[in-house]
Design a protein around this ligand. Structure first.
Ligand code: ACM
Length: 381
């Protein structure tokens, strides 16, 4: 090998990192940034991948979908990257998608979403509706009742997620007694009329698809209006330890979230992850499902890259499909049929300390079914 080749082969692997570290989504996206960085640092501390370090190329899209798209384009063209770890909101993913597909990049997306999407240029590592909404709907109707009120941020994930929850609820004999949306950058006072409406409608459950800092205002407003989570809990697919910490654990206590991962779950892999996170970001910081997915997807990427020794999407992607990994949540894998992760299904209730107590969980990872094909099977309805 010539000296030049050796120099080339010692170059770092450059990868894009695209999460909002400012704006109304930073509360949760910054934890995905942290999960990504912990994985990269851990890989580099162990000698990199085939002797080459991972080098993150980082942009802050500041909760602005047009910046997500512009930075994705810059990464894949000017910066010469092919792999991007990024995006929380489905609207930012959909803004980035045409760029990723046209320039044949690979987006690793570590966020639960509404399903009904497939791109050969995306690896989806958060939960799809069959891995969170289905179990949540059953749990809530059995324990609390079947009259739901929907409140969401106004964009594609909440509207689509509510469409699915409405269908699941109707199959369980329930009904939607109200549906309200607030802007993504909503303020606390935006929730006052909604709380008045909820008091009138008297639902058994409030199903929230509010995201970002708006989540904090929703739960605080619930508290201001003296609603009781024992009677009418807020149930969510997006409210994590990060939002609970920001709203105050006294405000969050008693509310419910369905997710593949909570910081509180048992297991050696999770213990090590939580310790690493705290050592890096401070003892008062909690991990959450989004940080965990951001972490394990980099590890799966690294395992595939070690085998291909190439970042080219057409070479790397086939190696990613079918990979499994001992993640903090338990063993996960990338389903080769749909490029979505097979993840665990758990339901947690917030305790006084701001952590989730797991009240129900699957026995293993649940196969991803992003188009809810399984719901159409006889006996599944
Ligand atoms: C989301 O927008 N996928 C939470």
């Amino acid at each position: 090998m010539s000296g030049l080749d050796e120099q080339v082969t010692n170059e770092p692997w450059r990868v894009g990192v695209l999460f909002s570290q400012s704006g109304f989504m930073a509360l949760i996206e910054d934890t995905q940034f942290r999960g990504t960085m912990i994985a990269i640092e851990e890989i580099n501390a162990n000698g990199g991948i085939n002797g080459r370090e991972l080098q993150p190329v980082i942009y802050d899209p500041a909760s602005d979908n047009s910046l997500f798209r512009a930075y994705a384009h810059r990464m894949l063209s000017k910066d010469g990257l092919s792999t991007i770890f990024g995006c929380y909101t489905s609207s930012s993913r959909k803004a980035v998608l045409p760029v990723i597909e046209r320039l044949n990049g690979l987006l690793w997306y570590p966020t639960l979403y509404e399903g009904f999407e497939y791109s050969p240029n995306v690896i989806y590592t958060g939960a799809a509706p069959n891995q969170n909404s289905m179990a949540l709907c059953e749990y809530l109707t059995e324990r609390y009742g079947s009259r739901f009120y929907f409140v969401g941020s106004d964009y594609v994930y909440p509207r689509e997620s509510n469409r699915i929850m409405r269908e699941l609820l109707q199959r369980n004999g329930g009904e939607v007694v109200g549906e309200s949306y607030v802007p993504l950058n909503s303020k606390r006072h935006d929730f006052n009329p909604i709380m008045r409406d909820i008091k009138q409608a008297q639902p058994d459950v409030i199903f929230s698809t509010v995201v970002g800092i708006g989540t904090v205002y929703l739960y605080q407003s619930f508290n201001d209006f003296n609603l009781d989570p024992k009677q009418t809990p807020i149930a969510s697919l997006t409210t994590t330890e990060a939002e609970i910490q920001a709203m105050g654990s006294d405000v969050g206590e008693g509310h419910i979230t369905a997710a593949p991962y909570f910081q509180s779950i048992e297991g050696g892999s999770n213990r090590a992850f939580v310790e690493r996170y705290r050592r890096r970001y401070g003892d008062s910081e909690s991990t959450n499902m989004c940080a965990e997915a951001a972490y394990f997807q980099v590890k799966i990427f690294a395992g595939a890259l070690e085998m291909t020794n190439s970042l080219q999407t057409d070479v790397l992607r086939p190696m990613v499909l079918g990979q499994s990994f001992e993640a903090p949540q338990g063993t996960v894998s990338i389903d080769p049929r749909c490029s979505h992760a097979n993840v665990w299904s758990r339901i947690g209730k917030v305790n006084r300390g701001g952590q989730f107590e797991v009240v129900q969980q699957s026995l293993s990872a649940v196969n991803a079914d992003p188009y809810l094909v399984g719901m159409m099977r006889p006996g599944m309805a």
